[in-house]
Design a protein around this ligand. Sequence first.
Ligand code: CMC
Length: 446
Amino acid sequence: MNPTKPATDLSSESASKTTRDTLSITDNRTGQQIEIPIKHDTIRAIDLRPIKVKPDDFGLMGYDPAFTNTASCQSKITYIDGDKGILRYRGYSIEELAEKSTYIETAYLLLHGELPTKSQLADWSYHVTHHTFIHESIKKFIDGFHYDAHPMGMMISTVAALSAFYPDSKDIFNPESRRKQTYRLIGKMPTLAAFAYRHSLGMPFVYPDNDLSYCGNFLNMLFRTTEAKYRPNPTLERALDILFILHADHEQNCSSTAMRLVGSSHVDPYCATAAATAALYGPLHGGANEAVLRMLVEIGSIQNVPAYIKSVKAGEKLLMGFGHRVYKNYDPRARIVKNIAYEVFDVMGINPLIEIALECERIALEDEYFVKRKLYPNVDFYTGLIYQSMGFPMTMFPVLFAIPRTSGWIAQWEEMLLDPEQKISRPRQVYLGSDLRGYIPLDNRK
Ligand code: CMC
């Protein structure tokens, strides 16, 4: 049945017993019956609107705080089956991409829908690489922050500031302009992140080295000191690249939703990306990797794990890095991350916190509290351990999520802009406040 077909009022019709892709609803307040189309296992909330008690009623709405059962868009970018633990970008499994692709190729895939040919990949890499420099004045913003400013705060502000440097980015319905902002955003995010990091250390900024890979150059901007030419360790470079692939997109999560929602006002993509980065900063989202490390440090030793788990079960704390809105099974990214951890430890030495993490996982996977709620390790449970071993301070962990997620955000933003069904996002509310009342002059108030 056509999902755009208006709802049919069946009050006067006898309901057919034949099978069809519709939902019949009886409003027991009035006896009104309607039949609405079902497509892709969804009904359109707007089809509920004709359900009214009185003709001048607004009509029935769905109430879904935190969007736990509401699809806000149709998408062709990322597929997740949370029960089976499946994640695919544009139809390619995350396992295969992590094994065979690179972040820069995966970013192309997310944005263009197909894997690039050799020449498309070369062209794409060239353009991203040649947009890694930032305007010298951006450095002045970074210089203005205190040495202990959180790098996510610096990222959010400086990404937003790019909007003021590229007024051409307002031309959002021009594909050429969108392409240019895409190169700039993907190219400049690592530079902004590395400059924020160097600022916190009081070290001079290291400019991009375009001979290096995307991740190799990022490591160069972060860690180069006196070397004439920085040569990244290939194991660490590849580990970071895989982590970037794993974080590139995750369908309609909090930050992608922020990107789409803010972008739906037709603001430029830098401002929308700043909003998405802000959403990612929270400890329930991209800030979780930092929170996991702080938790492992707080637990301190394997002996203290049972007591910590007890406090989690008592509702006093969360086991950070566990649970997911969509995954009710092991997060497929977490499996890959766990393997990478050992490759990084082979180079950098074992991170002693891994023992505590493994013990938390062991107990949690057997404990009824976690089993019943289907709480499994998510991507953030082990990433912090890897980042710490690679020499990143905890405050940089969410930044390492924001850089690769930028490609996913832009893909989601562009899909939203080009979707003729989308318009400015504007949810409804259920108003439960005071009815109309008269203004009381200040002197008369009790
Ligand atoms: N530790 C202990 N209990 C938990 C946890 C946890 N990490 N996560 C969920 N629960 C409990 C929760 O208290 C609730 O219990 P009850 O039914 O008794 O009230 C039940 O499990 C269902 O949880 P929920 O809060 O309704 O689930 P949600 O879908 O709203 O939240 C979540 C998802 C990821 C915000 C949540 O699991 C959480 O806070 N996890 C810790 C933070 C974290 O690791 N976030 C990273 C997510 S993955 C990276 C990303 O994509 O951003």
